[in-house]
Design a protein around this ligand. Structure first.
Ligand SMILES: [Fe+2]
Length: 286
């Protein structure tokens, strides 16, 4: 699908793109206002959002979020959802909604503003392909040397803390099966982009795609690594090294990661979780 084109005669001008994840609107109010100030000043063509757009799935918040951005910039938004975006309110659960239903809800609202959430369809803007899915975790980053088992991981309850996805999401399937649906969608998008002869592709994810980013501290807190992402995301993307140039992801930042960026083959994997600092965003011309 072609979102828009900036082609002027035969020349394709490079686009100024800002990439960030984890704004958690409206939780991080100050951060969001810093972001709004920035996009008003900078002449941005595209905003890429790597999930956790909202703190939980809420249509009204999403409309406010998008309208505040569009008041300040002409830039279009391309986004993937994050785990927080799949969190259901009590009211939604009462109405029988599950987390999968939120994909269509988000898609509808983004469409109202001329924006594009990536899920099962890729996108081409000028000569750049965009593919993306949130991804999920399959415990491939879990550190099994701690006293844990599958039951503890699936409960998300450890040392008095709770991994909230198990309280607020309803996917009604095992984590590996959730991830598999995301991987299939990503593969299909990348296959179609390859066939369309696009030479450069940007992939958006929410979850961590490579084990190399996981920080092992040999402390009990390493338990939470289980929920950071999956090595299957990275290995799938590396099969498309001929076209993929950038992979952006959020969900966690350098507090829990060993590095901000890594190049594998010709692909740059870059973390852009801004939930603790807006400077972790990435601005580039492409
Ligand atoms: Fe997240």
């Amino acid at each position: 699908m072609l979102l828009f084109s900036r082609k002027h005669s035969n020349a394709v001008m490079s686009m100024k793109i800002i990439v960030l994840g984890d704004l958690h609107y409206p939780r991080e109010g100050k951060l969001f206002h810093q972001f709004l100030d920035l996009i008003k000043k900078e002449n941005i063509d595209l905003i890429l959002l790597c999930g956790d757009i909202l703190n939980y799935g809420n249509v009204q918040y999403l409309r406010v979020f998008l309208s505040k951005i569009h008041k300040r910039t002409e830039a279009k938004i391309i986004a993937v959802m994050g785990n927080h975006d799949f969190w259901l309110s009590k009211n939604m659960i009462r109405r029988g909604l599950n987390s999968w239903n939120l994909i269509d809800v988000y898609r509808g609202v983004f469409k109202e503003y001329g924006d594009f959430p990536l899920w099962d369809k890729e996108l081409i803007v000028d000569d750049i392909g965009f593919a993306g899915v949130p991804g999920w975790y399959d415990y491939s980053f879990a550190d099994w040397k701690f006293r844990m088992n599958r039951y503890i991981l699936d409960s998300g309850y450890y040392m008095g803390y709770q991994w909230n996805d198990f309280i607020f999401t309803r996917f009604n399937m095992k984590v590996e099966d959730i991830l598999e649906i995301h991987l299939k969608n990503l593969r299909n998008q990348l296959d179609r982009l390859r066939k369309s002869n696009v030479e450069k592709v940007v992939v958006l994810l929410h979850f961590v795609p490579l084990r190399e980013f996981i920080k092992i501290r040999n402390i009990k807190e390493d338990f939470w690594n289980a929920y950071l992402g999956s090595e299957k995301l990275g290995s799938e993307i590396l099969k498309y090294s001929d076209i993929v140039r950038y992979v952006f992801f959020g969900h966690t930042d350098k507090r829990n990661l060993s590095r901000k960026a890594l190049r594998v083959n010709w692909i740059y994997f870059i973390n852009v979780d801004v939930s603790h600092n807006l400077s972790n965003m990435f601005i580039f011309y492409f």
